[in-house]
Write a new protein. Structure first.
Length: 568
């Protein structure tokens, strides 16, 4: 149907392009025809999808080369081409209204990619996989030298001559990361690969496998009833990719499985995510919704807002927002810099452009010592960029110094969200612009619920924090021993109280429920820390302030008016 009312966007119906719900046919070709028709219209366009199920197969998908941050090295995945089910390229004023429908994907795919889009909205739609690339099984019995499991109905396998392989639509593996999930505590954590460790594997009945071990057990502390989750570990796709876009909004979107890194935003501006449901659909009986991170944003700017959303069942962090430090590797002339991507899994994209402001940073201190502005920038090879600056280079550039793109750093607001079944961290925030984490619930995250890092030697994820508020949140049993619930830990090697990396961090009016001997807040090289008005409920009884906060080389610290008591 077409609506020609000038006061409303042009309305297209997916049915008019030969795509009908619940048909079992590949919806990809028809959806591409609808997107092409929408792109030909110069005004706003709304593409309406009738409720039901739509299937997307890799055979008809677009194949586009994209270098994506934090995904895979050249050795892990030498081919940057992504298999994209729904590709929105240079779409302005476009809305995809799913009408409550479910999009189901096959094989290994990037479900959705937005490239160069402005004012684009995705709403009221669910995304899931026919056969997720994380396999699942439930432990039935643990005996002397063996383990019996029941394999999930969505997981396929092949047992031959006592050897096991997990298989799917165009993929197979055995080695890779493994996690355990305890449904009683609703908690997930990483373990060794007890599946690949087996000396022999036997199918005892359809969907039931026995793993034999040379020792008394698998070498891990396991229990019957727990779910084991396994994957191959290569991030050759992403769940969704938002690249060089502006004013993107996702609203009431269910993401029930993603292969690869997750929803990745790269050099995009003003991203708004509301009422996302990133968790498995209950009717599937699955426990995993993400192969790695849920939301990963690198080099973005403007305002990033994530509100009223559910994050449950990842294989890595829930939200990670950062920039990228590139190392200075040459200075061909007095106003030119050659810089290099250093981490194996991040390279190949244009990290700087004309007009971008940069800072020169010492890796040992993580402190800036000069600024500049880019006049010209180009990739000379996938790992190297050549920058021409508006002015001459600063004096005293040292070996290993890095630069950060200051222009592409966002404000971040995460509010009203819940986090559970996360084996690592809840929110990683390394951006100099204001950050607010408010009214969220973090349950049984194995590591820190909140991490503020910044480094120029490991992941090369920049940069410093200057205004962070953590308030009105509830932290339930987060942080394993030795890992604080909130961790402000820049990776600077030269530590000096008079040379802080981060500044102005407020942790106020939160509730901490803890049963472990972990600190609630640890901070390093930070100036201006306020920890006040918080309620601390400890299963081991009242806790003293000195057992709550651990500081190294911090200044202007205000710890007061916190309430300590035991669990009721």
């Amino acid at each position: 149907m077409v609506n020609v009312n000038e006061n409303k966007p042009l309305e297209l119906s997916l049915v008019d392009f030969g795509v009908r719900p619940d048909s079992g046919e590949d919806a990809g070709p028809g959806l591409r025809r609808a997107i092409a028709a929408a792109k030909r219209h110069r005004g706003p366009v709304k593409l309406a999808v009738a409720p039901g199920r739509y299937d997307f197969h890799p055979e008809s998908a677009d194949r586009v080369p994209y270098y994506v941050t934090n995904t895979a090295s050249e050795e892990e995945n030498p081919d940057p081409v992504k298999t994209i089910a729904i590709w929105l390229k240079d779409m302005n004023d476009f809305e995809l209204d799913g009408g409550g429908s479910l999009f189901v994907f096959y094989g290994k795919m990037t479900m959705l990619a937005l490239d160069g889009c402005v004012r684009t909205t995705i709403r009221d739609v669910g995304f899931d996989y026919s056969r997720p690339t994380v396999v699942e099984m439930t432990i039935d019995k643990l005996g002397e030298g063996f383990m019996d499991v029941t394999v999930h109905a969505d997981t396929r396998y092949d047992v031959h001559d006592g050897k096991l392989r997990w298989v799917g639509d165009g993929w197979s593996f055995l080695e890779g990361p493994v996690q355990a999930y305890d449904p009683i505590r609703d908690a997930t954590w990483r373990i060794g690969n007890v599946l690949a460790r087996a000396a022999k594997v036997e199918e005892t009945a359809p969907g039931r496998i026995r793993f034999f071990y040379e020792g008394r057990d698998s070498g891990e502390a396991l229990e019957a009833g727990w779910v084991l989750q396994a994957r191959d570990g290569i991030r050759d796709q992403v769940g969704a990719f938002i690249h060089r876009c502006k004013d993107v909004r996702w609203e009431r979107v269910g993401v029930h499985f993603m292969h690869g890194l997750g929803i990745v935003g790269q050099f995009s501006e003003n991203l708004n995510f509301r009422q996302l449901n990133l968790s498995p659909r209950p009717e599937t009986g699955r426990t995993v919704a993400a192969f790695a991170d849920f939301v990963h944003l690198s080099g973005c700017r403007g305002v990033v807002e994530i509100a009223d959303s559910v994050f449950s069942g990842a294989h890595d962090d829930a939200i990670n927002v950062h920039g990228t430090h590139l190392r200075i590797v040459g200075a061909p002339t007095g106003d030119e810099l050659a810089v290099r991507f250093m981490h194996p899994q991040t390279y190949g994209f244009e990290a700087f452009g004309a007009g971008d402001e940069i800072e020169f940073v010492r890796p040992g201190t993580l402190l800036p010592y000069a600024t500049g502005r880019v006049k010209e920038a180009r990739l000379t090879e996938p790992r190297v960029m050549l920058l021409k600056l508006e002015d001459r280079l600063p004096e005293g550039i040292g070996e290993g110094d890095v630069i950060e793109n200051v222009t592409w750093t966002p404000e971040l607001r995460v509010t009203g969200c819940s986090f559970s079944r996360i084996p690592t961290r809840g929110v990683l925030a390394t951006t100099r612009r204001p950050v607010v984490l408010a009214s969220n619930v973090f349950k049984r995250l194995r590591m820190s619920a909140v991490l503020v890092a910044d480094d120029a030697a490991s992941w090369y994820e920049s940069g410093r924090v200057e205004d962070l508020t953590i308030r009105d949140n509830r932290f339930v049993a987060c942080g394993e021993p030795g890992c604080a619930v909130i961790s402000i830990m820049p990776e600077n090697e030269e530590v000096d109280e008079d040379a802080p990396v981060h500044r102005n961090i407020r942790v106020a009016v939160n509730v901490f429920e803890t049963s472990r001997a972990s600190f609630l807040l640890e901070a390093k090289s930070t100036q201006g820390i306020a920890f006040f008005g918080n309620e601390i409920r400890s299963a081991t009884g009242p806790t003293a302030p000195e057992d709550t906060v651990r500081l190294l080389a911090c200044s202007d610290v205000d710890v007061r008016d916190n309430c300590y008591h035991g669990m009721e």
